[in-house]
Design a protein around this ligand. Structure first.
Ligand code: BES
Ligand code: ZN
Length: 456
């Protein structure tokens, strides 16, 4: 009965909740670009004010990077922590947006209403689902049903450089019975899901230098080594014809799927034709002896994210470049060790380097994969709450993306993370025209109210 009152309150307050989200979306909190430092600060201030308004004692906490927002609310019952991130990805290429990414709007589309704007899905819309659920609960009951901690980060999209030191320094304050994380999606955009497996991430930047300066390719072409040719040969050799990664010892620590998980995933009947068809593709391009779901959730990858060098402007310039550069990232699973992989990758490249070329490397984030045990009864309770809201049984799923904090909750604080989110595959996160369905927002808020009820 009391849950019904909260759900009704959520329904009637939806227009105001959307206004609040639009307000937050107007702040361009791009964490990776120093030009937006003040805006990251403003987004943190916005959240501090909103949470304080809810009666949660909240502070902006400085770090060497962007601030954390930490709030506490005393209460009886279990101690839940909620994590989300208020920073967003850069917007480029800006010309592919149909509107200003930071002038968000509600749009009617063929598939229903959407909230359009950078961060609408990843992750401001998602983090507000939880805050709005708390707001409705408080409006109905006057207080929340448990002890709550809010932990909101502003550096997730740039590799969370301040996160581990902050968690270590404030470990006692951040410990809780369970850490709820809202930064993932529904399964195939229809089925509510709890993510139990996340891939790790390792980033490498490679610069290969040949001649001291750019050369005329008529004068020197043929006799001088071309670093782009060298780079291309190296990058092309990272996969064999079957899609396997060729770096020595790369597959050390990659587990086979347990029979139980394999059966569970088969039950999900993933339609890879639709998944690929939606982005104009048809053929799974990973390891050819694996299923598409394995390729996304339980197998490691090596992807070339960017490659540049020489002349890439309009027209043509017959240059033989001095340098070639590339960014390569790896998604990791099981017990794969990012630091060992980094060493083996760098050694493989050095070994392939011809005379007269030099290579230098830059490293970005290195996080291991993480896996959550679902024995804790909170998982069954949350699963039932989600199934009730969406009227479809909730699934335990993997996630191809990386959310390093899930592993940190487990390893640094000893707190079990529970990942629940409402993003859809076509939200275009990190891309132009990002959106969040009003359905995701509305039912996401309702889902959290049900989960709060179920866990307390
Ligand atoms: N929200 C995403 C993680 C995600 C991606 C969830 C795809 C569900 C589907 C998160 O903000 C993100 O993008 N993480 C980065 C890692 C980070 C260290 C830059 C990623 O996965 O690339
Ligand atoms: Zn995110």
């Amino acid at each position: 009965m009391s849950l019904d009152a909260v759900l009704s309150r959520i329904d009637s307050d939806l227009p105001e909740a959307m206004d609040r989200l639009l307000d937050l979306l107007r702040i361009p909190s791009i964490s990776t670009d120093p030009a937006f430092k003040q805006d990251c600060d403003r987004a943190a201030d916005w959240l501090v004010a909103d949470l304080n308004g809810l009666g949660v004692k909240t502070q902006k906490r400085t770090t060497p990077g962007h601030p954390m927002v930490v709030g506490h609310l005393d209460g009886d019952g279990p101690h839940l922590l909620f994590y989300g991130h208020y920073d967003v990805q850069p917007v480029d290429p800006l010309e592919l947006w149909d509107r200003d990414p930071f002038d968000p709007q509600i749009e009617q589309t063929a598939k229903g209403q959407v909230i359009r704007g950078r961060g609408s899905s990843d992750d401001k819309g998602q983090l507000m689902t939880f805050i709005e659920a708390c707001r409705a609960w408080k409006a109905v009951h006057g207080s929340l049903p448990c002890k709550l901690t809010f932990f909101l980060e502003g550096e997730e999209e740039s590799g969370s450089p301040s996160l581990v030191p902050f968690m270590e320094e404030n470990a006692e304050e951040l410990k809780s019975d369970i850490a709820l994380i809202c930064d993932t999606g529904l399964f195939e955009s229809k089925t509510p899901a709890i993510v139990t497996m996340l891939r790790g991430l390792l980033g490498e930047e490679i610069t290969i230098t040949g001649p001291d300066m750019d050369l005329h390719s008529g004068m020197y072409g043929g006799v001088a080594i071309n670093p782009i040719r060298v780079m291309s040969r190296i990058l092309a050799s990272l996969h064999d014809d079957e899609g396997r990664i060729t770096i020595p010892a790369f597959y050390d620590g990659v587990p086979e799927l347990s029979d139980e998980l394999e059966a569970q995933w088969q039950g999900l009947a993933f339609d890879h034709n639709t998944f690929l068809g939606d982005v104009g593709l048809s053929r799974p391009a990973g390891e050819q002896d694996r299923t598409p779901l394995e390729m996304i959730w339980s197998r490691p990858t090596c992807e070339i994210n960017g490659i540049w060098g020489g002349y890439t402007g309009d027209g043509f310039k017959t240059v033989l470049p001095s340098k070639a550069q590339a960014k390569v990232s790896f998604r990791l699973v099981g017990d794969q060790d990012p630091l060992v992989i980094r060493e083996n990758f760098r050694k493989m490249i050095r070994d392939m380097l011809p005379e007269d070329c030099e290579v230098s490397f830059g490293g970005h984030g290195a996080s291991k994969a993480s896996m959550t045990e679902t024995e804790n009864p909170a998982f069954d309770a949350a699963r039932k709450a989600l199934s009730d809201e969406w009227q479809v049984p909730a699934a335990y799923v993997g996630c191809g993306g990386s959310i390093p904090i899930a592993g940190f909750f487990q390893n640094i604080l000893g707190t079990t993370p529970m990942l629940v989110g409402f993003g859809k595959d076509d939200d275009a996160i990190h891309s132009p025209n990002e959106k969040y369905d009003v359905e995701s927002f509305h039912k996401g808020i309702r889902s959290w109210a049900r989960i709060l009820e179920a866990l307390t």
